[in-house]
Design a protein around this ligand. Structure first.
Ligand SMILES: CC(C)(COP(=O)(O)OP(=O)(O)OC[C@H]1O[C@@H](n2cnc3c(N)ncnc32)[C@H](O)[C@@H]1OP(=O)(O)O)[C@@H](O)C(=O)NCCC(=O)NCCS
Length: 186
């Protein structure tokens, strides 16, 4: 068991961690985290790298300020409404008519959780997302209560989207939120 002093030290470290754009040369570190957190939802390094190249502003890493160790990552980008890419697939490009923001993945190593890092990340990502009417994501591992804190809720989906969700596991749910400045409009 971890001592109280060690736990405090770790908590101070993770609180000091900060999010910044993920450089392409850290994709290998990202994949290590992805494979440890999502063992059944594996995606190729080239698939992550393509997202970073296509939409760098939405692809963030959580870094230790002293060691530069990567503790977590977020991959997000615009898509066409309710048309997320299939798991482990290339986007090829971001469609000029993209009208929904999409959070493809947010994952933080267990030792860095519980210090508000996900919250900080979502503040950044949801600011970018404000350009679009809605933001969406595929919730896995029963995380819908976490996402509901940020206004995400279930929505109607068609058979094509339902088929894509199958790859994400039995508990996968497509969630959506109306972005703040679009809330008073229909
Ligand atoms: C989900 C995850 C990103 C949360 O990271 P975190 O650093 O622990 O989150 P934070 O400390 O920023 O917590 C923000 C808020 O969410 C709450 N929260 C965190 N995890 C939660 C969960 N699983 N269910 C409900 N609420 C949760 C926190 O209590 C906190 O609430 P508060 O603001 O009222 O105190 C992290 O647990 C993770 O990487 N999980 C594995 C990957 C995953 O499930 N990603 C999402 C898949 S769609």
């Amino acid at each position: 068991m971890m001592s109280e002093a060690k736990e405090k030290e770790l908590s101070e470290t993770t609180k000091a961690c900060s999010w910044r754009c993920l450089p392409l040369d850290r994709i290998r570190d990202l994949v290590k985290i992805a494979d440890s957190i999502h063992p059944g939802l594996s995606e190729r390094a080239d698939v992550f790298a393509e997202r970073v190249k296509l939409f760098p502003d939405g692809c963030l890493g959580l870094f230790d300020p002293e060691t530069d160790e990567l503790y977590g990552y977020a991959i997000s980008h615009p898509i066409n409404h309710r048309q997320p890419p299939a798991l482990d697939s290339f986007l090829n490009d971001i469609d000029a008519s993209a009208d929904q923001y999409y959070i493809h993945d947010l994952a933080i190593l267990p030792r860095a959780r519980g210090s508000g890092s996900a919250q900080k990340c979502l503040e950044l990502i949801l600011t970018i997302a404000e350009r679009y009417e809605t933001t969406s994501l595929v919730s896995v591992y029963g995380t819908a209560p976490f996402w509901s804190k940020y206004g995400f809720e279930g929505c109607e989906i068609d058979d094509k989207l339902r088929a894509k969700l199958v790859d994400y596991g039995d508990d996968a749910m497509y969630l959506e939120r109306r972005n703040k400045q679009h809330r008073n409009h229909n």
